[in-house]
Design a protein around this ligand. Structure first.
Ligand SMILES: *[C@@H]1O[C@H](CO)[C@@H](O)[C@H](O)[C@H]1NC(C)=O
Ligand SMILES: *[C@@H]1O[C@H](CO)[C@@H](O)[C@H](O)[C@H]1NC(C)=O
Ligand SMILES: *[C@@H]1O[C@H](CO)[C@@H](O)[C@H](O)[C@H]1NC(C)=O
Ligand SMILES: *[C@@H]1O[C@H](CO)[C@@H](O)[C@H](O)[C@H]1NC(C)=O
Ligand SMILES: *[C@@H]1O[C@H](CO)[C@@H](O)[C@H](O)[C@H]1NC(C)=O
Ligand SMILES: *[C@@H]1O[C@H](CO)[C@@H](O)[C@H](O)[C@H]1NC(C)=O
Ligand SMILES: *[C@@H]1O[C@H](CO)[C@@H](O)[C@H](O)[C@H]1NC(C)=O
Ligand SMILES: *[C@@H]1O[C@H](CO)[C@@H](O)[C@H](O)[C@H]1NC(C)=O
Length: 900
């Protein structure tokens, strides 16, 4: 394989379908008669048209990689984001056809006897060409270049720069990532505002958002984004009525997500998506934040009082007289099984609505999102008049009553979540939900009559699963701040915190847990399901700090890696699920995808997508054929991209804390995927001590772990630099060669005899003993990089190629975290877009100290070996010595993974 770094740097693609860009899909326009289907363009994953500079493509596409629903989509290539879809109401199968004729575009399903499921409206004249512009507009042109039809005039859930959403029109959310049909949330532009609605109930207005700035009193004409901001433009089309100024970005979208958030975000190479504006921005702001009738409490995170308001954590529970509903939709149902929740009159329900309704009290101190944006239906009335008003109206599902003013608010059409204020406001606001007698089977599949109320029958976390809502961005925010705070505080405090958490959430005293569920969890598996999938845990494919990993095949034939978590610190189901919700919502092509989890009794499992090439350490250090240079390069770049995304791309920073070859998994074409991100928080304090030691022993531990300085994303950069050095040399950074012969005793050296040629430098000071990072520093000073390359690559890599990676690696391992580049910069260096940096020798001198310590340590270890002492025992007994910490962290490299 010839290195082709230039080609590589051209293809900076972050999400899925990276491999699909090939030169032959670059078509400037198409003419009638033309037809396209997914199957016809399967090599290009359905792409039949590309914009002139390749920014956008048009494709018959299956979002979410499912195989049943295909849409004609316009896709932003670099971010793999769908900005428009034609047939969102009616998907076609993979054999569905798009036809371009003189009359326009039609989409039909082959087995649907050619009746189009979608078509462009009748046009003024005949079509000459179909073009896709670099802004992402699909345009039908007539022979004199006049536009007959444009996709920009029919927005779905997103607008891009150059597109307008005019007054009276709406964006509507998609049902899910794989089903583009309209969901239940609308963003509508009125003559004075932009409003979000759910079944006719308003839950956000731009005019009431503190982040927006009112600039003019004229009436609103349209909404737009450009490279510098977000605007509602006034009637003359030039003066903004409302504006939100944003950082300069060349690609920005305003979109309504599947959970009802209106989001403005920008995309750039290197860092991925950056969220810039979200409405509503509090965790309880969306209508289903806690499911139907769920009680949402928005605790402000005390640690973030100095920072902005966007870090809050919604907690869900059920109001009085209600309990967690079973079934998949979450939400709460009446605790008294004789009652059921009503349906609005436009829903056909048999006879139970004929029963005279009564009202279940939710208690006081509550509110409902719509009340904030609407006027009461009546004022100065008593409660029973308010309830009567509701009883008479079949679309009324509940009332809120303010005692002090006698104001009566009604909930119409659909029941959302209830808001609870934790600051004592709204004490005189009372909530009531209309219920009818009779235990009917309700929409969410609950058979009210049969569920036990003593909590023994239902699995507590059942309700936590698959809530149709995610406050996960906020959860991530909260968790990040929580995590950062706990890192900042001393270890001892941390222990207390953990200890307390454990006691509160002892799995055998679940109790309260029934009242909680967490938005955004991925799929939940039964233990039995996993037992079956793994054939009773037959095929062990790995083991690590968290437990063992088994290969399995799910009922839909998806191959998975099932990770059995043992002895984790976070034992409470709720805490565990909270972590899972965070991890499950991080998606990137270079991060291993969490498909689901299992929490049952004492069992804790995580289900990941399966990586067919195993982990990097096995490929790199194992006895098989050596990785080619280009493959190593691709692994480095993929890993860097994944880390850059964790650090900056997913809005709220995630620090991995455990980057090492064991956690870098390989897929086809040596695509690197990082695993175990977000898991370090699941460890118990005792374990995190062990964990830290283990991490240090392997040599990926940044100096700040030892000096108690703040752990930042630069800690991961250090570990990445260490991995990069191992990719260069093809072996562990710390290893022995035996005194008596030249065969390595490094546990990882496998069948590789006689390696390490050219490693007898003065730096290793003893024959056969290598501390590679120091060797790299010395060779860098000499300028002889070839000595560092894996000798198995002889002749197949150039000095310049090695120099590039060595210099990047050395910059990553600077002792001073501030001098290390961030991961986005590392991506730029690897791709070639950013100039190669010069390592700062003054911040690398610590390697000489470590190298010396390593030498001494190795002698101790060898003595131990001769004495037959158990290495692990030794390392833990030395750990207590403060000044010896640095020493220990390099001793135990041998103690744990060394001579056996
Ligand atoms: C689309 O084109 C195909 C092949 O040209 C043709 O068989 C089919 O009838 C066309 N469908 C429609 C709805 O025009
Ligand atoms: C493609 O064209 C668009 C619109 O002119 C421009 O914003 C974008 O920067 C261009 N992209 C590239 C890669 O040239
Ligand atoms: C239409 O535009 C294309 C591309 O810009 C150009 O080649 C063609 O000559 C134009 N045709 C007319 C009739 O203006
Ligand atoms: C969203 O807006 C469309 C068009 O205005 C309307 O037909 C639809 O009913 C609305 N959906 C909801 C859930 O309000
Ligand atoms: C974006 O629109 C605003 C409002 O019209 C304008 O002031 C600004 O110059 C525009 N930005 C760019 C880069 O055109
Ligand atoms: C449930 O409600 C019914 C009807 O009001 C009542 O007769 C019954 O006592 C209630 N059950 C419980 C356990 O409160
Ligand atoms: C409501 O359901 C009943 C039986 O379930 C059915 O006979 C009736 O036609 C339905 N009414 C409407 C308006 O769908
Ligand atoms: C609905 O109620 C009517 C009268 O109250 C009764 O005759 C009918 O059998 C009921 N239907 C069902 C499906 O329960």
């Amino acid at each position: 394989m010839k290195p082709s770094i230039i080609t590589c740097s051209l293809l900076i693609i972050f999400l899925l379908f990276t491999s699909t860009i090939s030169a032959n899909t670059f078509k400037a326009y198409i003419t009638p008669s033309f037809s396209a289907s997914f199957l016809k363009f399967i090599d290009d994953s359905g792409t039949f048209l590309t914009s002139p500079n390749g920014t956008f493509k048009a494709a018959i596409f299956n979002p979410g990689a499912q195989q049943t629903s295909f849409y004609l989509c316009i896709i932003h290539v670099a971010s793999s984001t769908i900005t428009w879809s034609a047939n969102r109401n009616r998907a076609v199968s993979n054999s569905g056809l798009m036809n371009l004729t003189l009359k326009g575009i039609t989409i039909s399903d082959k087995n649907g006897n050619n009746n189009p499921v979608w078509s462009t409206p009748p046009l003024r004249s005949q079509v000459d060409r179909l073009v896709l512009t670099d802004m992402g507009n699909l345009i039908l042109l007539d022979p004199s270049n006049v536009s007959l039809w444009e996709s920009f005039r029919y927005p779905t859930d997103t607008i891009v720069i150059g597109q307008r959403l005019s007054v009276g029109s709406s964006l509507s959310s998609s049902s899910s990532d794989s089903d583009l049909s309209p969901g239940n949330y609308n963003l509508t532009i009125t003559s004075s505002d932009a409003i979000l609605q759910w079944f006719g109930q308003t839950y956000w207005k731009l005019s009431m958002d503190t982040k927006a700035y009112k600039n003019s009193l004229s009436t609103v004409e349209y909404m737009a984004v450009n490279t510098t901001g977000f605007y509602l433009f006034g009637s003359d089309g030039t003066v903004p009525v409302y504006l939100v100024t944003l950082p300069v970005s060349n690609f920005r979208v305003a979109t309504l997500d599947n959970y009802g958030h209106f989001i403005i975000k920008s995309f750039s190479f290197g860092t991925g998506w950056k969220q810039e504006f979200v409405g509503p921005d509090d965790g309880c702001g969306t209508p289903l934040a806690c499911g139907r009738v769920g009680l949402c409490t928005d605790y402000d995170d005390p640690s973030s009082s100095s920072s902005s308001s966007s870090s809050s954590s919604p907690v869900c529970s059920c109001p009085q007289n209600f309990r967690v509903g079973s079934g998949n939709s979450g939400g709460c149902v009446p605790s008294n099984g004789s009652y059921s929740l009503p349906f609005s009159c436009n829903n056909n329900q048999s006879n139970s609505s004929l029963v005279v309704p009564s009202f279940l009290s939710l208690g006081n101190g509550l509110d409902y999102f719509h009340n904030i944006y609407s006027d009461p239906v009546m004022d100065s009335v008593d409660l029973s008049s308010c309830q009567d008003q509701c009883s008479k109206n079949c679309s009324c599902l509940g009332v809120f009553y303010r005692n002090s003013s006698g104001s009566c608010y009604v909930i119409e059409n659909e029941l959302g979540s209830i808001l609870s204020s934790n600051n004592g406001a709204n004490q005189d606001m009372f909530g009531f939900i209309k219920v009818s007698l009779g235990s009917t089977t309700t929409n969410d599949g609950t058979r009210d009559g049969e569920t036990s109320q003593d909590g023994s029958g239902q699995f507590p976390v059942a309700a936590a699963v698959l809530l149709p809502v995610t406050g996960s961005t906020l959860l991530v925010a909260f968790l990040f701040f929580w995590w950062r705070r706990s890192i900042k505080s001393s270890k001892r405090q941390d222990m207390n915190k953990f200890g307390k958490t454990n006691n509160n959430n002892n799995p055998h005293s679940s109790g309260d847990l029934d009242a909680f569920y967490i938005p955004g969890l991925p799929r939940r598996f039964d233990y039995e399901e996993l037992e079956k999938a793994t054939d009773d845990f037959k095929t062990l494919i790995g083991s690590g700090g968290f437990g063992t990993v088994y290969k399995g095949v799910l009922s839909d034939n998806a191959v998975v890696a099932v990770k059995k978590i043992v002895n984790i610190g976070v034992q409470g189901k709720k805490d565990f699920c909270t972590e899972i919700a965070v991890i499950g919502n991080i998606h990137h092509v270079n991060l291993v995808k969490l498909k689901g989890f299992c929490v049952q009794g004492r069992h804790r499992f995580l289900v990941y997508e399966y990586m067919n090439r195993g982990s990097l350490d096995r490929t790199l250090f194992g006895g098989g054929p050596p990785l080619e240079w280009q493959e190593r390069y691709d692994v480095a770049l993929g890993t860097a991209r994944g880390l850059a995304y964790l650090h900056a791309g997913c809005e709220h920073k995630i620090i991995h804390c455990d980057i090492k070859p064991e956690n870098i998994l390989l897929h086809d074409h040596f695509q690197a995927k990082i695993s175990d991100f977000g898991l370090s928080k699941l460890l118990s304090p005792e374990q995190s001590g062990l964990f830290t030691t283990m991490r240090g022993t392997r040599g990926y531990l940044a100096p700040e772990w030892l000096t108690n300085s703040a752990i930042t994303e630069k800690t991961d950069v250090y570990s990445f630099g260490m991995v990069l050095l191992e990719l260069i040399s093809g072996r562990k950074n710390c290893y022995f060669k035996s005194r008596s012969h030249s065969v390595d005793e490094d546990s990882n050296s496998g069948g590789r005899g006689g390696g390490g040629g050219g490693h007898n430098s003065s730096s290793s000071s003893m024959p056969g003993l290598i501390y590679f990072p120091l060797l790299a520093l010395e060779k860098h000073e000499e300028g002889s990089y070839m000595d560092l390359a894996d000798p198995r690559l002889e002749g197949r890599v150039t000095n310049e190629e090695v120099e590039k990676l060595v210099r990047i690696a050395l910059c990553c391992v600077h002792e001073e975290p501030a001098l290390r580049p961030n991961m986005a910069a590392v991506v730029g260096m690897l791709e070639g877009g950013t100039a190669l940096p010069q390592p700062r020798i003054e911040s690398l001198n610590f390697l000489r100290f470590y190298g010396r310590r390593f030498t001494e340590a190795s002698m101790i270890a060898e003595e131990n070996d001769e004495n037959g002492g158990t290495p692990q025992g030794n390392s833990s007994s030395v750990t207590s010595g403060g000044s010896q910490v640095a020493l220990v962290s390099y001793i135990s490299s041998q103690s744990i993974s060394g001579p056996r």
